[in-house]
Ligand binder design. Structure first.
Ligand code: IPE
Ligand code: IPE
Ligand code: MG
Length: 239
């Protein structure tokens, strides 16, 4: 099975996510500063966004910056912010005249984020909110626990005393996305790091050892083939 043959295969996930881990180690192995690892990682993210769109997968979530990533050195955080700023400009340039919706999951009210990132993120979400095609969901300043607490607080503000899961989900950043089928976390780390906990309860996980900047088109094909072989039971008895 190659990339071309996989296109629009009904067994593909409808919603896939990348936890783009290993940028720092990729740079370290090459004697480079961590910032160059992030640069290579974001260049690779662009390629994989195209691959996923070309395959006909409907939704793509990307873990770009966690709430906990503020604990990193100031210069690394600042560099990452310049990359997000650039990424948002490129989204605007590349997707505004296409049927692509951008949803940014994460706390865009946080004043630690550069004003330009907050402004561009909100603007892109607004400009693309009526698009019905491919959805890209970069998670920036995202924390799963924080998202759940935010939802609870919004419901309390509305005066709700009791809600069901369907109503609860309407308060998540991901309310307009399809169920999260498949999550790829590169670099060999076997943890979720606060990524989409509510949404991933029945996701299939895949943990390649490859560091994110080296994760190739072939690696993506390999991962998708592995996904297609999984038997998703959702608590029932199948196959
Ligand atoms: C992931 O790569 C990118 C972000 C957190 C933005 P890392 O920076 O975590 O790379 P490692 O894990 O240190 O190698
Ligand atoms: C998870 O990677 C966050 C992102 C990829 C944005 P980390 O490198 O921050 O996760 P930990 O610290 O290893 O759990
Ligand atoms: Mg890491």
């Amino acid at each position: 099975m190659n990339f071309e043959k996989l296109k629009n295969d009904p067994r593909l996930p409808q919603h896939i996510a990348f936890i783009i881990d290993g940028n720092g180690r990729w740079a370290k192995h090459r004697g480079l500063p961590r910032s160059l690892g992030h640069k290579a990682g974001f260049d690779n993210l662009k390629k994989h966004t195209e691959y996923v769109e070309q395959l006909g997968i409907k939704n793509l979530s990307l873990y770009c910056f966690s709430k906990e990533n503020w604990n990193r050195p100031k210069d690394e955080v600042e560099y990452l912010m310049t990359l997000f700023d650039q990424m948002l400009d490129e989204y605007k340039r590349d997707y505004l005249n296409k049927d692509v919706r951008i949803i940014i999951s994460g706390d865009m009210e946080d004043e630690r984020l550069p004003e330009s990132v907050r402004k561009k993120a909100k603007e892109l979400m607004e400009l693309t909110k009526d698009k019905t095609g491919f959805i890209i969901n970069p998670c920036i300043n995202y924390g799963g626990r924080q998202e759940i607490v935010k939802a609870v607080n919004e419901l309390l503000q509305e005066g709700k005393k009791q809600v069901d899961a369907t109503e609860f989900e309407k308060h998540l950043y991901t309310k307009d996305l399809l169920p999260l089928d498949f999550i790829i976390r590169t670099s060999g780390e076997l943890r979720t790091s606060n990524f989409l906990p509510w949404q991933s309860t029945y996701s299939e996980w895949y943990f390649p050892k490859t560091l994110w900047p080296s994760f190739s088109k072939k690696d993506l094909v390999r991962a998708l083939i592995a996904y297609m072989k999984r038997n998703r039971r959702f608590g029932a008895i199948k196959g």
